[in-house]
Design a protein around this ligand. Sequence first.
Ligand code: SF4
Length: 329
Amino acid sequence: VAQKLRVPFDAGVRAAARRLPLRFPRTYVEELARAGALEHLRRIGWPAAEENGADPDGLADPVGERTVALDPLVLRKHPDRAILLVTTRCHFYCRFCFRAGERPEPTPADLSRAIERLRDEPDLREVILSGGDPLALDDGRIGALLAELGTLGQLETLRLHTRAPVHDPERVTGELVRLLVEAPRPVWVVVHVTHPAELGERFDGAIHRLRRAGVPLAAQAVLLAGVNDDLDLLEALMRGLYRRGIAPAYLHHPDRVAGTARFRLPLARGRDLVRVLRGRLPGPAVPAYVVDLPDGSGKVPVDWLEPAGPRRWQVRHPGGRISVYEDVE
Ligand code: SF4
């Protein structure tokens, strides 16, 4: 891969690679090469020596997850939803990610304990299977998880966040689709995408299998400096999702993960991009531009933030509590 990308595999890169594993599915690399988008692959997947250095704006816990953990595998940022961290593994490791690979891999017993922890949470309406990528688990594990979650009587929906249709579309097999359709609650599949070149033929095949079976689909993307902070590119991405019957739900402002300064951009830049996108796209194709607050309050629309000083924004939550967000230059 280093040869294909024409990048060094020197000591700095090797040291950075210890932060997140390196994994490049062959077919994903080939598809991006065909689309002329290997530069995109380099930007999101290849380690940079700067990941090892000082990063004054980086945070060890960029979205405050330690403050909202009900269990090592359960995060509760919102009263109606909880995130269940079902695996640490992914098909591909995105250098901007804050979560993959940093914990021990959960066992089925760990997950059963975590699900049991949710039984006494009456306000809960939805559990989000996250990780890592839940589709890095095999069908047996996924089926068992869906069945166990089905025993939580208060749940109305389940949600599964994945990049498998992008990095390993053949993972979306007929058997997996059957598990999702026959789950005890509707399972929303939220596909994480970063670039229009990721929406190739094999992606289409996976999406077609899900859509044909009636699996509800949405998408999310992270706005990343030097990767997709470009109006035409964002328009192509959102339009590409929309015409495939996938609702672009969220555009995330990048989290302040230590070592990822190269991906950050100011909130005002994201705001400007989304404002113009709104004029270019049909309403349901415009994602909500959100920021996940570092104090663990969860995602809020960027439009809720008010200026509170140089490089500083704040949001007042219902009830009066205030969260502060420190911006970058
Ligand atoms: S696939 Fe998702 S969880 Fe895995 S590294 Fe990428 S963003 Fe993180």
